[in-house]
Design a protein around this ligand. Structure first.
Ligand code: WT7
Length: 655
C-alpha cells in the first residue's frame, strides 16, 4: 500500500458509493503501477491505449519514432483513422439517440437544445458536403470564428470528416488579429455566425469577419450560421446561409481516411516573442491524448455529462469541450454565456439543470464568484451527480481550491487541478479524479507517459529528488504534443527544444515538494496570464508602438487579486504635448489590434522608459514598482535615474 502524504484530502468511500458504475482506476496503487509502465515501456503502453481507445481503419505498424532533438516525433505510423468517425459515428451506430451535445444558451429564458449523436452525424455530413462543394479538400485549412454554440463543434467535426484542417480563432479576437491568422493559414473558407450572445450582450462576429477579409481577395466563401437573425452586412456570391445551404447535402458521407500524422488542426497562441504561433496538432496522437486524459484524469464514462466552461477558441475548448467527451461517447454541455449572467449562481443553475457529472473551469472565475456568492445561494442546488471539478489555466491558490471544493457540490466532488498547454494537447500534470489524494493548490503528479523533469534554470541540469524548485521540462516525446509551428519549424525547435538540450521546455517554473507533488509557479518567460488568457508582452508592445504617438512601450504583468495577472503598460511618447485622453486611446489601440481581453488595466506615461546606459529597458524595476514594491534594488546602472522618481510620483498620486 502506498503511504499517503501529509496534508492531503483522501478520496472518501462516499465518493465511490455515489459512482454510477466503477471508477476506471481502482486506486493510487493501480495509478502508480500504470504510470511506471507508461514510462518504462512507452511503446507497449501507448500502443495498447491507442488500440483500446481509438478506432483505426488501418492498424499502425510503428508506435513511435523521432526525437525532440530534430523535432520530428511521430506516433502510430502506418495507421489510418478519421477523427469525426471516432467522435461521432462509433456512438451513433451503437445508440443514435444518445445525447452528444447539450446547448445551454446565454439567456436561460431561451430554450436549451439536446443534440443526439445521430443528429450530430447528419448535420456534420451535410456541412461537410457544403464545404466540399466550395472546393475544400484534404489538407486545406478552414478558419472558424464562432461563439460557444453547438454549430462551432459541428464545424470543427465537419472539417475533420473530409480531412480539412480546422483553425478556430477565439471570437473575442479583433478583426486585425483574425486577419493575420486567416492569412497565415491561407484559408479561403471562413465559418462564422451572424452575431453571438454573451452575458446579455451581442457580439458582432460577421462584422468582424468582413473587416478581417476586406482586402483578402482569396476568400471564396463565408458561411454564416444564423444565431440571432440580426441585421448584418451581406456580400452575394461570397456569403452563404448555413441553414439554407446544408439542406442541399446528404445526411451521410463517408469519412476520409487520414494518416496518423496528418494535420488535424491549427491553433494560434502567444509566444514570448514576435507574432502568434500557429501550433499544429496531428490526428492519432492528439486524439489519444484527449481520450486517455478524459478517461483517467476525469474518470469520464459514456453516461456522464461533462460541462467545461472553456471557450472553443482555446485549447481547453478543443480538447475538453469537443474531443475528449465525444471520443468517449459522453455528453458535452456547451454553455454560451458567462458565470455571472443573469445572476451569480448561473454555473450552479446550469450544473443542476443538466445534472452534470463534471465541471471544468478556471480559477479566475472562481475568484470572482467567491467574492459574490453566499453559501445559502448555492446550497439549495441539487448537484448530487457531480463527481469531478477540474481547474485549468493558472495556478489555483489553496484558499480558492478549498472554496471550489466546498461551494460546488458541497465537498462531495474531487477537485483536479490540471496543468497543460496549447502545445501539450492534453493534461501533462494533474490529480487523477477519485485516485490522487488531493493537496489543495498542487497540480499533483505527471500524467501517464509524461516523463517530467525540474531543471536548474541556469545550468540546465536536472534536479533530482524532492523539495526542488526550477523550470519545468519533459524528457521524452508524448503522443499529443504539437508537431510544429506552421511555416516555421525552426521557431518550433527554438521555442521548445533548444533552450535546454534534450528537453521540451514548458516556459513555466515549478516546485516538487517533499511528497513528490508538483506546484506550478507560472511563466518564466515574457508570457503573461490574464484571467487564464495567454498574452505575449512583446505582441502587446508592438501593437502599442504602431500608434502614432508612442515612442516606446513596456508591458508588465502585475499580480492581481481577480485576474491573476493584470496588463500594465508603461509608455513614452514621441512628443511632450500628449494628445488629450491618450491613455484611453492606447487602450483602444490594444483592443483593436489584439482584442478586448488584452486591454490594459493601467497605462502610465513616462518621459522615458528606465534604461541601462546601453539602452536596454530595465523591466525588473518597472515590475517591482508596479507591484507596489518600494525596494527597486540597484538603480545606479540606469542611464537616467530621475525616471524612477517620476514613476514613483505617479504611483503615489494614484494611491
Ligand atoms: C499556460 C498555457 C492548457 C489550457 C489553458 C491554457 C498556464 C495552464 C495551469 C495550471 C498553473 C497553468 C501555464 C501554461 N497554466 N494550466 N493548472 N496551473 N498554470 O493554455 O493558453 O496554452 O497556456 O497556462 O503557464 O504554460 P495556454
Amino acid at each position: 500500500m502506498t503511504k499517503l502524504a501529509a496534508n492531503t484530502i483522501e478520496v472518501d468511500a462516499k465518493w465511490r458509493s455515489r459512482h454510477p458504475t466503477a471508477p476506471h482506476l481502482a486506486g493510487l496503487d493501480e495509478f502508480q503501477s500504470l504510470y511506471q509502465d507508461s514510462i518504462h515501456n512507452p511503446s507497449q503502453f501507448w500502443a495498447k491505449q491507442a488500440r483500446e481507445l481509438l478506432s483505426f481503419d488501418r492498424d499502425f505498424h510503428t508506435t513511435t519514432s523521432g526525437s525532440f532533438h530534430r523535432g520530428d516525433a511521430a506516433w502510430f505510423l502506418g495507421g489510418q483513422l478519421n477523427a469525426c468517425f471516432n467522435c461521432v459515428d462509433r456512438h451513433a451506430i451503437q445508440d443514435p439517440n444518445r445525447v452528444g451535445i447539450i446547448y445551454e444558451p446565454d439567456d436561460p429564458a431561451n430554450d436549451c437544445r439536446s443534440i443526439t449523436y445521430g443528429e450530430l452525424l447528419a448535420e456534420i455530413c451535410q456541412l461537410a458536403g457544403f464545404l466540399r462543394s466550395q472546393g475544400v479538400k484534404k489538407g486545406d485549412i478552414v478558419t472558424i470564428y464562432m461563439p460557444m454554440i453547438p454549430e462551432a463543434a459541428i464545424a470543427v467535426l465537419a472539417c475533420t470528416r473530409i480531412g480539412a484542417v480546422h483553425s478556430v480563432v477565439f471570437a473575442g479576437f479583433s478583426a486585425g488579429a483574425l486577419r493575420d491568422r486567416i492569412q497565415d493559414a491561407k484559408s479561403t473558407v471562413i465559418i462564422t455566425t451572424d452575431e453571438g450572445r454573451r452575458g446579455g450582450k451581442t457580439i458582432s462576429t460577421k462584422v468582424v469577419v468582413d473587416e478581417a477579409v476586406r482586402e483578402n481577395h482569396k476568400i471564396s466563401t463565408v458561411l454564416v450560421y444564423e444565431r440571432t437573425g440580426g441585421q448584418i452586412p451581406w456580400m452575394d456570391g461570397r456569403d452563404f446561409r448555413w441553414k439554407e445551404e446544408i439542406q442541399k447535402y446528404p445526411a451521410y458521407i463517408s469519412p476520409e481516411g487520414m494518416d496518423s500524422e496528418d494535420p488535424l488542426f491549427l491553433l494560434y497562441t502567444s509566444g514570448s516573442t514576435g507574432k502568434p504561433k500557429g501550433l499544429l496538432h496531428t490526428h492519432a496522437g492528439y486524439l489519444l491524448g484527449a481520450s486517455v486524459t478524459g478517461k483517467y484524469v476525469f474518470d469520464l464514462n459514456p453516461q456522464d455529462r461533462f460541462f467545461c466552461s472553456g471557450d472553443i477558441g482555446w485549447i481547453t475548448g478543443h480538447t475538453y469541450v469537443v474531443y475528449a467527451p465525444l471520443l468517449l461517447g459522453s455528453t458535452t454541455v456547451m454553455f454560451e454565456g458567462t458565470p455571472t449572467y443573469p445572476n451569480h449562481t448561473r454555473l450552479w443553475d446550469v450544473l443542476e439543470k443538466h445534472q452534470a457529472t463534471h465541471f471544468y473551469g478556471a480559477p479566475t472565475s472562481f475568484r470572482v464568484l467567491k467574492a459574490l456568492v453566499d453559501k445559502a445561494d448555492v446550497e439549495n442546488h441539487d448537484l448530487s451527480k457531480l463527481r469531478a471539478l477540474g481547474s485549468v489555466g493558472e495556478p489555483i491558490a489553496p484558499e480558492i481550491w478549498k472554496w471550489y471544493h466546498s461551494f460546488m457540490g458541497d465537498g462531495n466532488a474531487c477537485v483536479t487541478d490540471t496543468y497543460w498547454q496549447t502545445e501539450t494537447g492534453s493534461h501533462i500534470i494533474a490529480a487523477y479524479t477519485g485516485v490522487t489524494p488531493m493537496k489543495p493548490g498542487s497540480a499533483s503528479f505527471p500524467c501517464f507517459g509524461i516523463d517530467v523533469a525540474i531543471l536548474d534554470p541556469t545550468t540546465g541540469e536536472e534536479l533530482q529528488g524532492n523539495s526542488v524548485e526550477g523550470v519545468l521540462a519533459v524528457k521524452k516525446p508524448w503522443p499529443s504534443m504539437a508537431r510544429t509551428i506552421r511555416g516555421n519549424h525552426d521557431r518550433y525547435l527554438e521555442s521548445y527544444f533548444n533552450t535546454y538540450n534534450g528537453y521540451y521546455f514548458t516556459g513555466d517554473g515549478a516546485y516538487r515538494d517533499a511528497d513528490g507533488y508538483y506546484w506550478i509557479r507560472g511563466r518564466v518567460d515574457d508570457v503573461i496570464n490574464v484571467s487564464g488568457h495567454r498574452l505575449s508582452t512583446s505582441e502587446i508592445e508592438s501593437a502599442l508602438v504602431e500608434h502614432e504617438s508612442v515612442a516606446e512601450a513596456a508591458i508588465i504583468g502585475v499580480p492581481d487579486d481577480l485576474t491573476g495577472q493584470a496588463v500594465n503598460t508603461v509608455v513614452s511618447l514621441k512628443s511632450k504635448q500628449a494628445a488629450m485622453n491618450i491613455e484611453k486611446e492606447l487602450i483602444l489601440q490594444i483592443r483593436k489590434v489584439i482584442g478586448p481581453f488584452a486591454a490594459p488595466k493601467r497605462v502610465i506615461i513616462l518621459p522615458d522608459l528606465p534604461k541601462t546606459r546601453s539602452g536596454k529597458t530595465v523591466r525588473r524595476i518597472l515590475r517591482k514598482a508596479l507591484s507596489g514594491d518600494t525596494e527597486f534594488g540597484d538603480t545606479s546602472t540606469l542611464a537616467d535615474p530621475s525616471v524612477i522618481d517620476e514613476l514613483t510620483k505617479i504611483l503615489q498620486k494614484a494611491d
